[in-house]
Design a protein around this ligand. Structure first.
Ligand code: ADP
Length: 291
């Protein structure tokens, strides 16, 4: 079994009399120690999925498991414990990640203090983590004396403070330049490699597929495409392949550009050909259909 298993996951928000289906039967498996990115247009359900995986929100139906935790059937108390011990968060807005009146070191110590870690151990761990993210020389700096990229790396150290098995980062590079973004990704990749932490990053950054091995695209509350990269032992990319995802019910999402190009409507015809499947517009007597 994978570390993270989402099966037919549904999230419906009720706003007044309206229902918004944010996730509509999402299937996704993520292995322990994987570093992957979630991409997709605004409103496709990325944040909803992150909030559920982080124990900040409860799904409406389906199955979602992280390690031994069944996130659909957790009590409030279990949810709080899960959030504190199993997950680290890095948000886009640095103000949400760090307290402005605490130093970098104090910020990293804070989640450990909340979990009752003794002060000496907190100090050592905070220093080690800040060292790991390349900020061992900035321990006593408050956030306003750090660059945006440095603040995000402190935030990663804060996220890792309680040794979570899962690190969730929602647009962590949204407010920094490309050089700082590269450092942030490198930092997460190193931590994933060194500590075996599973990392999920939501991003709009198109360059991201070069920085992670797996990119899952979301559309309308489901996964739609997946890009896998294979590297040699030196980290050089050997291949990059894009797939559409076939879910357990046999559904797949066709790329919008293909749908537009063929003018596919609500009904399409599907044929099994020798080594592939063909899809045609469904209107009777259409030109392609007669071929
Ligand atoms: P993304 O992160 O990909 O932009 P979201 O997960 O934020 O997408 O949103 C998915 C859908 O759910 C959108 O239609 C959004 O308006 C809706 N939604 C998200 N959060 C809430 C909420 N708290 N209340 C009502 N609707 C929400």
């Amino acid at each position: 079994m994978s570390f993270i298993e989402c099966e037919n996951l549904v999230k419906i928000y009720k706003v007044a009399d309206l229902e918004v289906v944010a996730l509509q039967g999402l299937d996704l498996q993520i292995q322990a120690g994987e570093m992957m990115a979630l991409v997709g247009p605004s409103g496709s359900g990325k944040s909803t999925l992150m909030n559920i995986l982080g124990g900040l929100d409860t799904p409406t139906a389906g199955h979602v498991q992280v390690g031994e935790h069944d996130l659909l059937h957790m009590s409030r108390r279990q949810q709080v414990a899960y959030r504190r011990r199993e997950v680290g968060f890095v948000w886009q807005q640095t103000a949400r990640n760090l307290l402005g009146y605490l130093t970098a070191q104090e910020n990293v110590e804070l989640p450990m203090a909340l979990n009752g870690v003794p002060s000496r151990e907190r100090r050592l761990r905070a220093r080690e983590l800040l060292d790991r993210v390349g900020l061992g020389h900035r321990l006593d700096h408050r956030p306003d004396r750090l660059s945006g990229g440095e603040q995000q790396r402190v935030a990663i150290a804060v996220g890792m403070a309680n040794r979570p098995r899962l690190l969730l980062a929602d647009e962590p590079t949204g407010e920094v330049d490309s050089e700082a973004a590269e450092q942030i990704f490198q930092t997460m990749r190193d931590l994933s490699h060194d500590f075996g932490v599973t990392v999920i990053v939501v991003t709009h950054d198109v360059g991201v597929s070069a920085r992670v091995d797996r990119v899952v695209g979301m559309r309308d509350g489901r996964t739609s495409i997946e890009i896998l990269r294979r590297r040699d032992e030196h980290g050089q990319t050997l291949s990059e392949d894009e797939y559409v995802i076939l879910d357990r019910a046999g559904r797949l999402q066709l790329p919008q550009a293909y749908i537009d190009s063929l003018g596919l409507g609500e009904l399409a015809r599907v044929r099994l050909l020798e080594d592939h499947i063909g899809v045609w517009p469904g209107e009777p007597n259409s030109k392609n259909e007669q071929e």
